[in-house]
Design a protein around this ligand. Structure first.
Ligand SMILES: [Zn+2]
Length: 111
């Protein structure tokens, strides 16, 4: 499924670039960084509840991600945690798969 233009226009600030999944994902990353920062005293294998970082602007699916797992993901601005099934196959490559979440790497739009 491709991210389609949303009709509700509820998010005016990002309306102009609503087709850009990257923008949404960067936003979700910021949010998750904050959540993660608050949980930074958690154990490495303890899970934090993050928001799915897929390209769908309407998605706010909670994901249970281990601190160690997110630590690796946040090292790179091109990797994101998404719910299984939320991978945008045309633009993302799966680099890690768990029952709770999938780590994808942006590979750019295929020609
Ligand atoms: Zn999602």
């Amino acid at each position: 499924m491709s991210p389609s233009r949303s009709q509700d226009g509820s998010n005016e600030q990002y309306g102009a670039e609503e087709r850009s999944g990257a923008r949404i994902q960067a936003l979700m990353r910021q949010l998750n960084e904050q959540v993660y920062a608050m949980a930074s005293n958690a154990e490495h294998d303890e899970s934090v509840l993050l928001i799915c970082e897929c390209a769908d602007s309407g998605c706010s699916t909670p994901l249970s991600v281990t601190c160690g797992g997110f630590e690796r993901v946040r090292q790179s601005p091109t990797t994101f945690v998404v719910k299984p099934g939320h991978v945008l196959a045309a633009e993302e490559r799966v680099v890690e798969e768990t029952p709770d979440y999938v780590v994808v790497e942006k590979v750019g739009r295929a020609p």
